[in-house]
Design a protein. Structure first.
Length: 256
């Protein structure tokens, strides 16, 4: 990992990367965008949770890609749920492909799914409602704030335009933000707009009891993640180049 003297030096490096224009991916597939950016920033790849560079979490996103990312997994607090885990699966579950009672579903705002669940929101937080039995669990807004800020105390989010040349993906990292804090109203708005969804991921074990893979809050357009932060400081803005032009897709890579 590079030894950036301060955050300003890290930002200067991001601005240099922006000026390179479109850069060929260093890895095929969904993870190519993150791998390529880390290589350009000279960050050693690892799967250890924690800050990536300059003491902050680093995330990259294809602009308007519709790709899914799990923000965090969190169960509703015990005092705010009527049924959960094994009792929830027993009452509302179905038989999965392995023949087990299961409840592996995505909840959408204001629209009941096939198992009769939906998400509703108000100023107090997020509620999981069943069409027959009403609200079965509630996530208070302060509880969501704690979960969000624990996972993302601060972040640098870098967005990229993409294009494909001869079957290879190229990224232009042309917009970036420093993000901090939790914007509760915008978080709820992202749920209301179906940009953030909730996934239940439970089944019953043959030996008894529930196997819960964690109730996941997932965002399907990571380029909109900045809206859920209270502080949003733009680091790079992409105004210096025409995004439709690829002058030299690999310009600058020889410097490494």
């Amino acid at each position: 990992m590079p030894d950036y003297d301060d955050f300003e030096e890290f930002v200067e490096r991001l601005q240099e990367i922006e000026s390179m224009g479109y850069i060929k991916t260093h890895r095929a597939g969904n993870t190519g965008i993150g791998k390529t950016l880390e290589d350009l920033l000279r960050i050693e790849e690892n799967n250890i949770p924690g800050p990536d560079a300059a003491g902050v979490e680093l995330k990259s996103a294809r602009r308007n890609s519709g790709s899914m990312m799990t923000l965090f997994t969190k169960e509703p607090p015990r005092g705010s749920r009527e049924l959960w885990a094994s009792s929830l699966v027993e009452k509302y579950g179905y038989e999965d492909d392995d023949g087990r009672p299961a409840l592996k579903i995505t909840l959408h705002v204001d629209q009941f799914n096939n198992q009769g669940f939906r998400t509703i929101t108000d100023e107090d937080g997020v509620h999981i409602e069943h069409e027959d039995d009403g609200i079965v669990a509630t996530y208070p807004l302060d509880y969501l704030r704690d979960a969000y800020e624990e996972k993302f105390p601060e972040m640098v989010l870098v967005e990229a335009d993409t294009q494909t040349i001869d079957g290879d993906e190229y990224f232009w990292y042309n917009e970036g933000y420093y993000l901090e804090g939790f914007n509760g109203e915008e978080f709820l708005n992202l749920i209301r707009e179906s940009i953030i969804n909730i996934d239940l991921r439970m089944h019953l074990r043959d030996s008894g009891g529930a196997r819960n893979h964690g109730t996941a809050f997932r965002i399907k357009d990571t380029s909109k993640l900045d809206r859920a932060f209270e502080t949003r400081s733009q680091l790079i803005d992409g105004v210096s180049r025409d995004p439709t032009v690829t002058e030299d897709p690999q310009k600058g890579l020889s410097d490494f």
